[in-house]
Design a protein around this ligand. Structure first.
Ligand code: ADP
Length: 573
């Protein structure tokens, strides 16, 4: 869903809504300091005309002290204003970060399929950084500029109306030039955002595959890719910096052009005795009060043109569908028979991964799913965990569609034991408990049952496992997963290729558990191991997303050719 510019601006201004009172204070500060600044040129005119030229020393000193006091008051007001502004900026940054993090944790699983963490982090950081600049000094400043401009124009008219008209003629010229820059900036910012997203995605992918880069001697290729991608990001950045420079320089040239004209015309008026020297200088200062705001006001378009592409991407991301969290009207799940009814699923349109699957997992039953790679076993598990929603049919627990349950409660009922679980860079204890308060005795018992006890006696429960369990073997990770499932005591346990990486002892152990600790639980196992197949109440054979057979081991191993083939394939893993 693409967002329109207008909507993005609305959203941006909405960010400031909660800070109305502080913004009013900031603007009040700015108005006071702008008002005070207005007096300076008149004081200077007095210093010049009556002090230096008129020779009134006492008045000169008085006016100089007065100027100094005004500057000091302005400095104090500026500090107060800046403190408040920085607070708003920090608050906006925090709340945008917090909202995006919360959303990211709830977003549907398919968002993560084509994005790595570096890319996600980059997008969020770039967008929030850009959006926070809505609370930059320049933005608030602009609000007070109209005031300054009016004051400036009044000052100019007091001094000389003819030159004032000349100053005003500059406004449309400036407007056209600034609009041109704003348009260009928006385009470059759009390109920069796309390039930096691509670069971050590539970076995450490469760092994730650093082992392969080393093993396959891909360093040179990756370096070349790096140069290519990083340079295109830097080039966009260079373009943006240069554009800012051009913007500033053009602005300066125009202001100087105007000042030069004022000098020349002003000189003529002075020579004709129509204007005092002090008035010319005061005029120049006042004209800056008029041209400055014009720049600032027109610059708002330029500022926004850099922020809007990020605002759009941020809110498009925030609009992505979340997993439903609303518990109102949802049912509390109750353990019972699980059933897949005419279940179909496809990740991409018209490419069915599962078709019309019907399987019953009676309460407390032990089922083995068997099938070659790509037959849809893991997809089926993802559907059971509600990571994806079926495209056809439904899954029921106790006769109720699982999508009607409070998601958190439903997921609490299902534990997955797999070598592919994610382990946080924390202790074994933390990775087993997952923020639940569980005493060490229970943890140790689960470790004994999962076959992890020996390892624990070597290293203790406080052993920190490294990034995603990098300091553990595949088997140890899997045992932690099993211990995790046991301490959480969920009624449904899914073993995903559960025994593929464990030794024979653990295979026996899991078989033993099926008759003891897991006796009452509904267990679904993805495996080819005969030892476990023999224990199963039912075996479901999956091929290309379709159930091609089911039964018990004795029956299938006797006369089902497909089953025998699957077993043979399984022996290779
Ligand atoms: P299995 O677990 O039996 O090896 P999977 O369920 O992982 O099989 O995969 C089934 C099919 O779905 C495969 O053809 C695979 O390419 C495809 N697939 C798996 N995950 C995704 C995904 N996130 N997006 C698109 N296709 C996917």
């Amino acid at each position: 869903m693409k967002m329109r510019n207008k909507e993005a601006v609305k959203k941006l201004l909405g960010l400031l809504k909660d800070y109305r009172k502080i913004i009013a204070l900031i603007i009040a500060c700015l108005l006071i300091s702008t008002g005070l600044n207005m007096c300076i040129p008149l004081l200077n005119r007095g210093i010049m005309d009556y002090g230096f030229i008129g020779g009134d020393k006492e008045l000169l000193i008085k006016q100089v002290i007065c100027s100094l006091l005004i500057y000091m008051i302005i400095a104090v007001i500026d500090i107060i204003k800046e403190k408040k502004r920085v607070d708003i900026s920090a608050n906006i940054q925090y709340s945008l970060s917090e909202q995006s993090f919360k959303h990211l944790m709830k977003i549907k699983a398919d968002y993560f399929t084509n994005r790595n963490y570096a890319e996600i982090l980059n997008n969020i950081n770039v967008d929030i950084g850009n959006m926070t600049s809505i609370a930059d000094e320049g933005v608030f400043f602009v609000v007070t500029q109209a005031f300054s401009m009016v004051g400036g124009i009044i000052g100019l008219f007091i001094l000389d109306y003819r030159m004032t008209l000349m100053v005003l003629l500059f406004i449309p010229v400036k407007a056209v030039i600034m609009k041109h820059f704003a348009k260009k900036r928006k385009r470059i910012m759009d390109e920069f955002i796309t390039e930096s997203e691509k670069y971050a995605g590539w970076f995450g992918d490469t760092v994730g595959g650093v082992r392969e880069v080393k093993l396959f001697g891909m360093l040179e290729n990756k370096r070349a890719e790096f140069a290519d991608r990083q340079l295109s990001v830097i080039n966009k950045q260079k373009k943006m910096n240069m554009l800012a420079q051009w913007n500033g320089i053009t602005d300066n040239i125009i202001v100087h052009l105007l000042t030069s004209l004022i000098y020349i015309i002003g000189a003529n008026l002075v020579f004709d005795m129509q204007l005092s020297v002090g008035s010319v200088f005061a005029f120049i200062t006042y004209s800056a009060y008029v041209t400055g705001p014009i720049s600032a006001i027109l610059n708002i378009g330029y500022l926004l043109s850099g922020i809007i592409p990020s605002t759009k991407r941020y809110y498009e991301f925030m609009a992505l569908e979340e997993e439903k969290e609303n518990e109102e009207g949802m049912t509390e799940p109750c353990f019972g028979d699980l059933e897949l009814q005419n279940l179909s699923f496809s990740y991409e349109k018209d490419k069915a991964v599962l078709s019309d699957i019907n399987i019953a997992f009676p309460k407390g039953s032990k089922t083995v799913l068997i099938g070659r790679n790509g037959s849809g076993k893991s997809t089926l598990i993802s559907l059971l965990l509600q990571l994806y929603q079926p495209t056809g049919g439904k899954i029921t627990l106790n006769g109720i569609d699982i999508s009607e349950f409070v998601l958190r409660e439903y997921r609490n009922m299902v534990s997955v034991v797999s070598q592919e679980i994610y382990l946080f860079n924390s202790s074994i204890r933390d990775n087993i408990c997952m923020y639940k308060n569980i005493d060490d005795k229970t943890i140790m018992e689960a470790c004994k049952d999962s076959g992890l006890a020996d390892f624990i006696s070597e290293v203790s429960l406080d052993y920190v496992v490294g990034q995603n369990g990098a300091m553990l073997s595949g088997g140890q990770k899997q045992k932690i997963a099993l211990a995790r499932a046991l301490v959480h005591n969920s009624p449904v346990i899914i073993f995903d290729e559960a025994t593929s990486n464990t030794d024979v002892y653990s295979e026996h152990q899991i078989n033993g558990l099926l008759h003891t600790k897991l006796k009452e639980k509904t267990v679904i196992i993805i495996t080819h191991k005969q030892e476990i197949l023999k224990e199963a109440d039912q075996i479901i054979m999956l091929k290309d997303g379709v159930v091609v057979g089911s039964g018990v081991y004795d029956h299938l191993s006797k006369d089902n050719l497909e089953f025998k083939n699957m077993l043979k394939m399984g022996e290779k893993y």
